[in-house]
Design a protein around this ligand. Structure first.
Ligand SMILES: [Zn+2]
Length: 684
């Protein structure tokens, strides 16, 4: 099924098919004579646009050959190889590093990328073609922390490349959670193997020739750790995502003593996360926002709703504390919120006094001043719990005048979420809801409502000073933020020749005294849809073109004997122009089709005929509308004994029920996506 679709799509893409024209005026009366060449050029432009957009996410087999210079990376000499399979580009997402030494290898982090904005695509994961080629070497996955951009690739990749997963108690709790909630069946006989490590006791475990240790670090999710890997060549440290919060709410400070100790013993290479290396100073402590919640709860006239990422357990604890202090009950909403909090409670990461929680369905039975609802939706995601409460679509709760909504997050950069949030805030304020956002906390007369989970420049500096590495490789960030990080390292005394701003696929080889790039391994992005299934890049390109230009199918039923049309040509259009408003064009098209059948059907073979019809229709529609939808000719040739042979040279024709199915899928997709986005954020 999928193969057929792909083949069809391929064919469509090989033919000039699409045009670009945003300024097109549709409808009769706007006819502009266009040459066949102009129509084809316009098609090519749209096709090129689709390629350009979709090619940001090529899989390894499609990455340009000159980018795949394999050099001598297959050497198994006594050098340590560090390879970023993901996370060395963009905002640092689908983070995944491979550490390889002779006959052994481990993977550090294995995330997904929720920032992929392509039709029907839920997220991207790293292409593991290279790891598959050295599958026999893989000993373990070691995870720094439980955010999706560090663990979201595991359910796809581990069943294919099995090895135990190491992490802190909370991280492994998150790993269990995402495997349980994974939409696709796992292969027969697959067994999830995990190893919980204590991040406070400096315990070391042996994995092949490596020794691994986790060191506690502060971030925006419990159980965050630096991964310390002692290799035969020397010690490397992957910081994972971090900030150095001097006063975290759970009093679990970064283990800076241990980091200094490791530094004094000697660190060969520091692989340091680079998300916010362009932010001066130090990130404020999480505890600086505690009072803001107390203040807002003091003065809120009615119910209180707090939108927050579900993995930010310490902040949820803070809200719980404040609610208990104000004699309020708490209801949770959003699937990811409930799932993650259940796991956190089970593992003892949240303390909630008995009787504090009430089911969301019971909120209507409580007095307004008794209620705090903690939910997802702070990014304005269209089908989040908060959005549904705002629009009145929520089953149990509808927002009303004198409710208070607190958005305890900031828009994830480079996502366009700020526009979504703006629309949601407008809607809330229109209803008379009091809205508190971090951005406007000053003018609202309250303290800050959000702090970043990532370091600022002075903390990145501290990390380098504590660990005193010989080599410095910035990871998990865009080129510019990694470059900035290198400048910080050089300022702290690291020799520039001992640093490298690597791209995905680069093979960094470190011997005792030298860092060099010895080649490139296959790398890329695998796209995943809402069911968890892989989607071909070719399919995505067609979706982009369909989204831009729509689709027109023409159905011709032709008498085999005399080559004449047996019925008036059927024209089906989706996403192109509204046919009822454009009858003139459609009638003109029918006339063109009648003429084409009369002139060409008996003269050329069927394939050629279909091709000509397609080109003719494309040209005609472009001339009439300056648009160039995907054209699908369907030719039924009715033979002597009345049998009908149908020749479709593309996908099936859309029907009413297919449309319903598509709508249903779209709805499910939005739900799934908002659930994922509610869990955590790349840069938060
Ligand atoms: Zn993180």
């Amino acid at each position: 099924m999928i193969n057929n679709n792909e083949r069809n799509n391929q064919r469509m893409n090989n033919k000039p098919e699409k045009p670009a024209s945003n300024n097109a005026k549709n409808g009769a009366g706007s006819i502009r004579p266009a040459s066949r060449g102009a129509a084809i050029r316009a098609q090519k432009r749209t096709q090129d646009d689709a390629h350009r957009i979709a090619n940001q996410y090529l899989d390894a087999s499609a990455v340009k050959p000159d980018d795949q210079r394999r050099a001598n990376f297959i050497d198994d000499g006594p050098r340590l190889k560090i390879i970023g399979l993901g996370g060395m580009d963009g905002g640092g997402s689908k983070n995944m590093l491979l550490i390889e030494y002779m006959n052994d290898a481990v993977i550090l982090d294995c995330g997904n990328d929720l920032g992929v904005d392509l039709p029907g695509i839920n997220y991207g994961i790293a292409d593991t073609a290279y790891v598959e080629s050295i599958k026999h070497k893989l000993r373990a996955y070691i995870i720094t922390h439980g955010h999706l951009d560090h663990i979201g690739g595991l359910p796809h990749i581990v069943p294919k490349l099995p090895a135990p997963i190491y992490g802190s108690r909370f991280t492994i709790g998150r790993v269990d959670e995402i495997f349980q909630n994974f939409g696709m069946p796992l292969p027969e006989g697959f067994e999830l193997r995990t190893v919980i490590m204590n991040e406070d006791t400096h315990e070391k475990l042996k994995i092949g020739p490596f020794m691994v240790e986790l060191v506690r670090i502060t971030h925006s999710i419990p159980g965050s750790t630096c991964v310390v890997l002692d290799t035969p060549v020397g010690r490397i440290i992957n910081t994972g995502d971090f900030r150095l919060d001097p006063n975290p709410l759970d009093h679990e400070r970064s283990d800076t003593d241990r980091l200094k100790e490791l530094g004094n013993e000697g660190v060969l290479a520091l692989l340091s996360e680079s998300t916010t290396t362009e932010r001066a100073g130090r990130t404020p402590s999480e505890s600086t926002i505690e009072q803001s919640f107390v203040d807002i709860m003091d003065r809120a006239p009615g119910r209180i709703f707090v939108a927050i990422f579900s993995t930010n357990i310490n902040r949820i604890q803070m809200i719980v504390n404040s609610a208990v202090h104000h004699n309020k009950k708490i209801a949770l909403d959003g699937r990811s919120m409930i799932s993650t909090l259940e796991m956190a409670v089970r593992n003892g990461f949240v303390r909630i006094p008995k009787g504090t929680f009430v089911p969301i369905a019971n909120v209507s039975q409580l007095q307004d001043h008794e209620i705090v609802v903690v939910c997802t939706g702070g990014q304005g995601e269209p089908s989040s719990a908060l959005q549904r409460m705002a629009s009145g679509d929520h089953r149990h709760v509808k927002l009303k005048e004198q409710d208070t909504v607190i958005l305890s997050s900031t828009p994830i950069p480079e996502t366009g979420n700020d526009a979504l949030i703006g629309t949601m805030v407008d809607e809330l304020m229109r209803k008379g809801v009091h809205v508190f956002r971090h951005e406007t906390h000053d003018i609202d007369g309250v303290g800050p409502l959000h702090v970043s989970g990532h370091a600022s420049i002075e903390e990145y500096r501290d990390m380098i000073d504590m660990t005193k590495p010989t080599f410095f490789v910035p990871i998990y960030g865009s080129y510019r933020s990694k470059q900035r990080h290198i400048e910080i390292a050089v300022e702290q005394g690291i020799e520039r020749k001992n640093t490298y701003n690597a791209d995905n696929g680069d093979v960094i080889a470190i011997s005792g005294d030298k860092l060099e790039i010895i080649g490139k391994v296959p790398y890329g992005t695998i796209l995943v849809d809402q069911t968890g299934a892989i989607v071909s890049n070719v399919v995505v390109k067609d979706r982009l073109i369909l989204a831009e230009e729509g689709l027109v199918a023409v159905v011709l039923t032709i008498d085999k004997k005399n080559g004449s049309l047996l019925t008036s040509p059927d024209i089906i259009s989706r996403g192109f122009i509204y046919m009822r408003d454009n009858e003139e064009i459609m009638n003109g098209l029918r006339q063109e089709l009648r003429r084409a059948v009369g002139q060409r059907f008996k003269r050329v073979d069927l394939d050629r005929f279909k091709q000509e019809i397609k080109e003719h229709v494309t040209h005609y529609l472009f001339e009439q509308t300056q648009r160039s939808p995907i054209v699908i000719p369907v030719v039924n040739v009715v033979g002597g004994k009345g049998e009908v042979r149908t020749f479709v040279n593309n996908t099936s024709t859309p029907t009413k029920s297919a449309e319903d199915i598509a709508l249903e899928q779209q709805r499910r997709f939005e739900e799934m996506r908002s659930r994922l986005l509610g869990q955590d954020a790349r840069t938060d």
